[in-house]
Design a protein around this ligand. Structure first.
Ligand code: ATP
Ligand code: MG
Ligand code: MG
Length: 555
């Protein structure tokens, strides 16, 4: 199966099912709706939904929505769309951590009554000071010894809006001397008068991530709570919370390494900056490593799932070159995309021995291995376009394309010979005069070998199309990890590639005028292209270049 690769989490689950610890597994994908999903999330989606699929379990989609200022409905909607587009369906309705605000509040009340949580009046600065450092224990807050009665009264007043924003917090009473800073009386509630996309103005206190996440998992009977490695140091807190409330279930957290992509960025916050500062046209700009951007670029769900499988799951660093992603996309499109010919930079050819005004045609399959994709007629007439790159006046050794006096086969058609290159007054070649060998249609030429085959179009039959060519968005491998002379990080926006997008008018086969948006094609010898999801209209083709046919970023 497509998720069959073995990894340590899969082994843990197999053991848990075999030992009877769980009868079935329940996972979740828990995005915060503060941006669009990116390639890193695709890895996590494939892991969580993939495991549920493989083991006949279930996977929830849960919005971790505890930061109302940064979250909104647009992000919620885009996340749902992206998960489904990747080919997955969550169990039942999407969940929201905010659906559990009442229960989270009740558990907090229970912790206060048990003497395990207290209301603290330290300012954020004071709190930082009291927290200590990696090498130095923290100090107890002067408010730590408030009685449960006093704490309960203050917490109710916090909820009822009696105190200004940020003036008090609710903290767990754990251990200010813990070697793990996360265990030094972490804050679990803060006062924040902010409108929430789901709960509106009902609350002016909001629970913190760690507390919310653990309890949400427990409420949903999550068996294996999978997250990225930066949460490893939060796991003791996750367990502490569940051990100190009457928890409905006992989920376990497991961590794996985050995916990072070279020449790219995997952080919603930074991607948001690219959008809000107009460095790109939107979250779904085809250069963006967002799922919706990659979709618009022409990547397929199957290709992205193949990529996720290839990068694997482990605890070691997972920094991946773009070629791994492109390789998976290319490999999948190779089988699924029909072919057409397109000429991006046209050079005109006049066939001197082909009757002007005459048209002849020959049928060619849309895919070399898939007859079911059908075939079309490829017309030839006396004026053709070929790619400028396919002609050279002074070719290097081993040149198999066209040159004066040389021969080449037109794909699916005749062998032609170039007799003359016509130049304008500046010496620019503007036209080639060629002759056809009438005896070479579907046949090898006699007495000589013609190795080169080039793509071409009949000028009279070709239709124009807008084609957008893309290059990598950044000029350096790690745009968010470059330091200046002073040792400080430079803004990642300093490394945006100014030539990452180019728009040209090209010639394509007439079939292009019949295509719906999001039709994926191979332009023979050039690469994979997709009709733009938003701007393409039937009869007005606009293609985005998805990926070249070969590895690398040559143009
Ligand atoms: P970002 O910094 O981009 O906002 P995040 O981790 O805060 O990322 P969440 O919305 O909280 O984003 O993530 C939802 C899930 O996706 C989490 O379980 C998280 O661990 C996982 N995830 C996020 N980024 C990556 C990544 N680069 N590689 C693998 N998993 C990721
Ligand atoms: Mg997060
Ligand atoms: Mg984040």
């Amino acid at each position: 199966d497509q998720f069959a690769d073995n990894h340590f989490i899969r082994t843990i689950i197999e053991d848990d099912l075999q030992s009877g610890k769980h009868a079935a597994i329940q996972t979740r994908f828990p995005p915060e709706p503060n941006g669009y999903l990116h390639i890193g999330h695709a890895k996590s989606i494939c892991l969580n939904f993939g495991l549920a699929y493989v083991f006949d379990g279930k996977c929830n989609l849960r919005f971790d929505d505890t930061n109302p200022e940064k979250e909104n409905q647009e992000y919620v909607d885009s996340i749902k769309e992206d998960v489904q587009w990747l080919g997955f369906q969550w169990q039942g309705e999407p969940r929201y951590a905010s659906d559990y605000f009442d229960q989270l509040f009740d558990y907090a009340v229970g912790l206060i009554q048990d003497g395990k949580a207290y209301v603290c009046d330290l300012t954020p600065e004071e709190m930082r000071e009291y927290r200590g450092t990696l090498t130095e224990a923290g100090k107890n807050s002067p408010y730590r010894d408030r009685t449960p009665e006093e704490n309960l009264d203050l917490f109710m007043k916090m909820r009822d809006g009696a105190f200004p924003d940020g003036s008090k917090t609710l903290r767990l009473k754990i251990d200010m001397a813990s070697g793990n800073i996360n265990m030094r009386d972490p804050v679990i509630y803060r006062i924040r008068r902010a409108h929430h996309h789901n709960t509106g103005d009902k609350w002016c206190i909001y629970p913190m991530y760690d507390y919310t996440h653990a309890i949400s998992d427990a409420i949903e009977n999550i068996t294996h709570s999978l997250c990225t490695l930066e949460f490893e140091a939060h796991r003791p807190l996750y367990d502490w919370v569940l051990d100190n409330i009457p928890s409905p279930s006992q989920p376990r957290q497991y961590e794996f390494s985050r995916l990072e992509l070279l020449y790219s960025i995997t952080s919603k916050r930074k991607l948001n900056q690219l959008v809000s500062e107009n460095h790109v046209s939107g979250w779904d700009d085809p250069r963006m490593p967002t799922i919706s951007g990659m979709r618009r670029r022409g990547y397929t769900p199957e290709g992205l799932r193949l990529f996720a499988k290839r990068v694997g799951i482990s605890k070691s660093e997972n920094i991946v070159d773009m070629s791994v992603l492109e390789g998976a996309i290319r490999e999948e499109l190779e089988e699924s995309a029909p072919r057409m010919m397109a000429v991006l930079n046209p050079l005109k050819i006049t066939l001197t021995n082909f009757e002007a005004g005459k048209t002849q045609s020959r049928s060619a399959p849309y895919h070399p291995h898939h007859e079911s994709m059908g075939e079309r007629e490829i017309p030839i007439s006396s004026t053709l376009y070929i790619e400028q790159d396919d002609f050279s006046e002074n070719p290097p050794a081993g040149w198999q394309r066209l040159t004066v006096g040389g021969e080449v086969r037109l794909r699916y058609s005749y062998v032609i010979k170039c007799d003359e290159a016509v130049k304008d007054e500046n010496g620019q070649i503007i036209e080639l005069k060629c002759s056809i060998d009438h005896d070479t249609l579907g046949k090898k030429p006699e007495g000589r070998k013609v190795k080169g085959v080039i793509h071409w179009l009949s000028a009279e039959h070709a239709v124009p199309a807008t084609v957008r060519l893309y290059d990598r968005l950044f000029t350096v491998e790690r745009p968010d990890a470059v330091r200046g002379d002073d040792g400080e990080y430079l803004p990642f926006t300093d490394f945006i590639n100014p030539e990452s997008k180019q728009e040209i008018t090209a010639w394509v086969e007439p079939v292009a005028n019949t295509l719906q948006p999001e039709s994926r094609w191979q332009f023979e010898r050039l690469g994979y292209f997709v009709t733009d999801r938003k701007d393409h209209e039937v009869g007005k083709p606009i293609f985005n270049k998805t990926v070249g046919l070969k590895d690398g970023f040559q143009k």
